[in-house]
Design a protein around this ligand. Structure first.
Ligand SMILES: Cc1cc2nc3c(=O)[nH]c(=O)nc-3n(C[C@H](O)[C@H](O)[C@H](O)COP(=O)(O)OP(=O)(O)OC[C@H]3O[C@@H](n4cnc5c(N)ncnc54)[C@H](O)[C@@H]3O)c2cc1C
Length: 265
């Protein structure tokens, strides 16, 4: 019967709230609607919620993906008025009140778009190849592979300049993500890998933290001191020529050639 609860679903005449994205934003909206007289559909292209603040731990080998991701269905399983759909939102038809997925359409009465953000490559997306970002599990595992491969590649080199290049890591962006990443890189070099290599000294790794925002970039204070105490060197960049773009200067400079760059901007 119309309006009756069927198969555990809330009555169909209730307003339908569609939430695109199950990150912090989308999930919090869904939870806050748990007692509201609405039907909620949360759509995410992944079947899990990712705790992004710990991505840097994944990127540096401290945690595995299962430690920082939780299935959205499991999180919301007790929420009677909510269903979770796996799907990629590609468009919104506002006049028709419909969300277009790659493989279907979902109508809504109210729509919440919470699909997050992406990196800022300052209009140069091709830099991503040289300096991957840190927003997804795939980003983090790619970064982890590059970091540990750099130490292994350094061990096989005989040319001191190339060893130095492999052991120089450039992190672009010195807000919390970049600072945490630089600190974790320092820990890898000074603690985790310290005794793992015979041919190189991991503690000789240089971590260059580049930030465009002002004079604080030239010294550790008032930056958090943690990465500095683990070998990270703050550097000033510029908004128009951030370090991700400065492969040439960084490579050609006698003081800062680097084989490994990451973006936390
Ligand atoms: C490395 C890192 C460290 C951070 N550390 C901190 C911290 O210490 N403290 C803090 O407060 N904040 C931190 N942040 C910021 C915080 O994680 C973000 O502000 C927060 O995740 C944003 O939430 P959101 O819901 O807007 O987006 P997100 O968490 O990015 O979620 C977006 C969701 O939408 C989904 N999605 C995207 N596009 C589509 C689509 N087309 N169709 C369907 N689904 C889609 C994604 O799969 C994802 O699940 C950090 C961020 C990063 C990347």
């Amino acid at each position: 019967m119309k309006g009756e609860k069927e198969h555990g679903q809330p009555p169909a005449q209730l307003p339908h709230v569609v939430i695109g994205g199950g990150g912090f934003g989308g999930l919090n909206v869904a939870r806050s609607l748990r007692r509201a007289p609405v039907r909620v559909t949360l759509i995410d292209r992944r079947n899990f919620h990712l705790f992004q603040p710990l991505l840097y731990q994944l990127a540096t080998g401290g945690l595995s993906p299962a430690n920082i991701a939780a299935p959205l269905r499991a999180i919301l399983k007790r929420q009677q008025n909510t269903r979770v759909l796996l799907g990629q939102v590609v468009d919104v038809d506002v006049p028709r009140r419909a969300v277009q997925l790659t493989d279907g359409v979902v109508g809504y009465d109210m729509l919440v778009v919470a699909t997050g953000v992406t990196h800022n490559y300052f209009g140069h997306p091709h830099w991503a190849r040289w300096a991957p970002g840190l927003k997804t599990v795939e980003d983090a595992t790619e970064m982890r592979a590059r970091i540990f491969l750099a130490f292994k590649a350094a061990e096989r080199e005989t040319d001191p300049a190339r060893i130095r290049s492999w052991l120089t890591f450039v992190v672009v962006g010195a807000w919390p993500t970049g600072v945490e990443l630089a600190g974790a890189l320092g820990e890898i070099a000074h603690d985790t890998l310290r005794r793992d290599f015979k041919g190189i000294d991991p503690t000789q790794a240089r971590i260059v933290l580049v930030e465009a925002a002002g004079p604080t970039a030239s010294r550790c204070r008032p930056w958090p001191r943690w990465p500095c105490s683990r070998g990270a060197t703050p550097r000033a960049g510029s908004p128009s020529r951030p370090a991700a773009a400065r492969q040439e200067p960084l490579r050609s400079s006698a003081s800062s050639p680097s084989a490994t760059r990451t973006t936390a901007a």
